[in-house]
Design a protein around this ligand. Sequence first.
Ligand SMILES: *Cc1c(COP(=O)(O)O)cnc(C)c1O
Length: 410
Amino acid sequence: MQIKQHALTLDKQDPLGDKKALFVLPENVIYLDGNSLGAMPLAAQQRAESVVREQWGNGLITSWNQHNWIGLPQRVGDRIGALVGAAQGQVVCCDSISVNLFKVLSAALKMRPERQVIATTKDNFPTDIYMAEGLISLLGDSHELTFIDEQNIADALHEDIAVLMLTQVNFRTGYRQNMEAITRAAHDKGILVVWDLAHSAGAFEVALDACQADFAVGCTYKYLNGGPGAPAFIYVASRHQQDYVQPLSGWMGHASPFAFDPHYQPADGVSQNLSGTPGVVGMSILDASLDVFEGTDLAEIRNKSVALMDWFSQCLKTYELDTELECCSPPVDVRGSQLAFRHPEAYAICQAWIAEGVIADFRAPDILRIGFAPLYLSFGDIAEAVSRLHDVMQNKTYLQPTFQQKQTVT
Ligand SMILES: *Cc1c(COP(=O)(O)O)cnc(C)c1O
């Protein structure tokens, strides 16, 4: 009970406490998976209704101009840019991380024609690795992919590397790279860097311009709460836009799409990354979702994330769960907004916890992963979640056959 009292005190002092009211959350559910699919802002629900009913239903094709659908990718891109430290005109919203990686890796390799290596980490999210593999195979295996140790990147860099492709926050452990130091070390060797911000954008301050980042990609359905399958984003630093050429040369990335010119001529700047027609419904919902960040700064969000993670660990200790669940996340100064715990029954524990109304997730082979989304999580939620975890662990309900069976999406 003391825990719940203390949580109440922490909630009273929380400067972000009123943000939770901007979200629609199911009753009696505690959501610790905002790092996989962010919760739904009320504004998103309202926009979904109006974009379908009014803009599409009534406006029909006139809405491309009337509601400026055509300008959505740049407008939403700039709003995302503001959250990742990018000045206007360098971010555009489009496609998925996977597709955007293909574009940006291709363009970066073209800018380093004398070099043949893409470097990344083994622990990177698989799609990042797969896309690099696919590109290399398309290039006739003239290039190669090399893996470097995530703990020791700067020392592994050498002058055969054209592009360093890194995810800032490790999706399993939460290990966070120092963007500024690594970018500098790479530039010292003439290497271009592509940052994947999947677990960074909306979770803490990112300073792409200040770090002299070259390129970045990220998704919007995690901490940016854009909704399932929401479009991703891509950043091309202004200084590279002149030399940047990406191969998915669709009409929306043409200098003047409605001239219907038989030859491709890329649009100026980051807009060249648009390929086909944007998914207007999803992008509109994302646009509305970004309203929850208005009037908040990411330093404040980070402060709360750190406090929530610390509080979670304290609660685990109080319930004496900290020895049974082995934390495999790094210290907080090199960590994103998540905690990972190893347990041989991690999958079943996660399922049993979900049955108690606490949604976290599992990452193969044995990780129970907990995401901390400060805009809609309270300290009381954390205390309650750990109390329910205590019940699951004490009664070993996770041993029940229903919780042992793997579903398609884990
Ligand atoms: C979530 C995630 C992705 C997802 O890629 P999509 O193509 O948008 O599905 C990619 N990379 C990382 C590091 C991720 O965490």
